[in-house]
Design a protein around this ligand. Structure first.
Ligand SMILES: C[S@@+](CC[C@H](N)C(=O)[O-])C[C@H]1O[C@@H](n2cnc3c(N)ncnc32)[C@H](O)[C@@H]1O
Length: 259
């Protein structure tokens, strides 16, 4: 059985986490070796549709896939076609899409090679496979301080999250690992780079809203008494204000083609 760790996280993801994931989605699409306009593009691990929205802005036609029904259901009526599916076993025929994009989903997999192979299978020859994950080297003192402050008021990272961070996240956590996995999956013209991305987060309010919008805070926030989540949000903002610095996560970007 597959457990949906993102169940219940969609609203906060859309309202908060997108502050950071939105700019990174645009940066990821900027890496495409060709224009995406008019092309059918898989948004693998689409979540609430951050990449799909950026694709639509470019005039592409996204097809979304995600394990989480809840994340896909967010704004479903105004979203592109979507399917609840594992990115390592997509219910799509060979060569179904022109290109494939995967933002922050392969870092959930202990064996991401299977998902990269699957992206190559469903993408037409010559199509691009673009992916990104956080680099293992990504550091932020102010984000760590924010997490410490959340712990001080009762937050505990859920088991699934700490397990993911230990087992899956490091697998593609640098450019060499990402490039190696892509080549192993049969992709060609592979480049992988690590980049510190300016996501435009300069204010403590933005950083707190992004962080509390992530799935590993959702169940804790949901269990709080009415009004308490807002109170905690304000307290976290004031705690980090004196040490706030621009948030620039380091991201591994993969650009490759299907042979
Ligand atoms: C960190 S979120 C990223 C969402 C979106 N790509 C974005 O940039 O906002 C990861 C998403 O991947 C999904 N996911 C995790 N493992 C998956 C898998 N094996 N197959 C499909 N989706 C998966 C989760 O349900 C979640 O929606």
């Amino acid at each position: 059985m597959t457990v949906d760790f993102y169940a219940g996280a969609a609203r906060r993801w859309a309202d908060g986490a997108t502050i950071v994931y939105g700019p990174i989605a645009h940066r990821l699409l900027d890496t495409s070796p060709h224009r995406l306009t008019g092309r059918t593009v898989l948004d693998a691990g689409s979540g609430t549709g951050v990449v799909s929205s950026a694709l639509i802005e470019l005039g592409a036609r996204p097809v979304a896939a995600d394990l989480s029904h809840d994340m896909l259901a967010w704004g479903a009526r105004r979203r592109p076609p979507a399917v609840v599916a594992d990115v390592a076993r997509l219910p799509l025929r060979d060569d179904a899409v022109d290109d494939a994009v995967a933002a922050f989903v392969y870092n959930h997999l202990t064996e991401p090679g299977a998902a990269l192979t699957e992206a190559a299978r469903v993408t037409r020859a010559g199509g691009a496979v673009l992916a990104c994950v956080y680099a293992s080297s990504s550091r932020s003192e102010v984000r760590d301080a924010l997490d410490d402050a959340a712990r001080a008021v009762g937050w505990r990272a859920p088991y699934w999250y700490t397990h993911l961070k230990q087992t899956a996240t490091p697998v593609l956590g640098d450019a060499d690992k990402m490039a190696h996995a892509a080549r192993q999956a049969g992709l060609v013209d592979v480049t992988a780079d690590e980049e510190s991305v300016d996501v435009g987060v300069e204010e403590p309010e933005q950083l707190v809203d992004y962080r509390l919008g992530q799935a590993h805070f959702a169940s804790w926030l949901d269990a709080l008494e009415p009004g308490k989540a807002d109170e905690i949000r304000d307290r976290l903002v004031e705690t980090i204000r004196p040490i706030m610095a621009p948030y620039r996560p380091t991201v591994v970007f993969l650009v490759a083609r299907v042979h």
